[in-house]
Write a protein that binds this ligand. Structure first.
Ligand code: C5P
Length: 221
């Protein structure tokens, strides 16, 4: 009855981070949002005017980037070279280009290495796109969380609130576009691991999804 690792993968806006955070809370595990790490890298590159097509420059910079995820009041804070980037990495500016930086080999190598390090002692719930397939292929529980693109756009829309000037239609387009880039990239694309449990959450509430996953975890440890 020891600690296990839990991998939660799926497309954009499925509610993975909300659910993963709550599952971690229920199990008293550490929650690791790998999307935040790709976002932090993208934010750093944008700020330093390094375009995703300049692969060598990206590689040079990403090697020295230190990204820290620090648990904070049920969530987590994200630091990039010591700077708190928790809020800025959620901007549309970052969201719209993150898949481009995430397709670069050196970026993935660097982040995957960090992610594996964080999971060495087990007891983590990690969410992303390639956790079950690439980062933690030995995770004891693997969940692939989906929902229809309409439902995912609606969830993002509600989450963003009034402060963002974007329509539901535009969000749906952006999400479909990001899915396509994530599914079609060459290195560890978004893909359901063969041994993952597929959860279509289109008609499920957050507590239902959390309870379902937590039950799988309790059975596995
Ligand atoms: O989960 P989130 O929407 O914050 O992820 C942002 C982007 O980071 C994804 O669209 C994807 O391009 C990239 N990502 C990835 N691999 C992961 C997690 C995120 O490529 N494990």
């Amino acid at each position: 009855n020891g600690n296990i690792n839990v991998a939660i993968d799926g497309p954009a806006g499925a509610g993975k981070s909300t659910v993963a955070r709550k599952v971690a809370e229920a199990l008293e595990y550490v929650y690791i949002d790998t999307g935040a790490m790709y976002r932090a890298v993208s934010w750093y590159m944008i700020r330093n005017d390094i375009l995703p097509e300049h692969v060598e420059e990206v590689e040079h910079h990403v090697k020295n980037l230190v990204i820290d995820l620090v648990p904070d009041a049920g969530g987590q804070k994200v630091y990039c070279n010591g700077e708190d980037v928790t809020t800025v990495i959620r901007s549309l500016e970052v969201t719209n280009v993150v898949s481009l930086y995430a397709s670069i080999e050196s970026v993935r190598t660097h982040l995957v290495q960090n992610q594996r390090q964080m999971a060495l002692r087990k007891g983590v719930v990690m969410d992303g796109r390639d956790i079950g397939t690439t980062v933690l292929p030995d995770a004891e529980v693997k969940i692939f969380m989906t929902a229809s693109v309409q439902e995912r756009a609606l969830r993002r829309f509600k989450e963003l609130g009034d402060s963002f000037d974007i329509t539901l239609e535009q969000l749906e387009k952006d999400i479909a576009n990001r899915d396509k880039l994530d599914e079609e990239r060459e290195i560890s694309p978004l893909r359901c691991s063969e041994d993952a449990i597929v959860l279509d959450t289109t008609h499920m509430s957050i507590p239902e999804v959390v309870e379902t996953i937590a039950a799988y975890c309790r059975a596995a440890r």
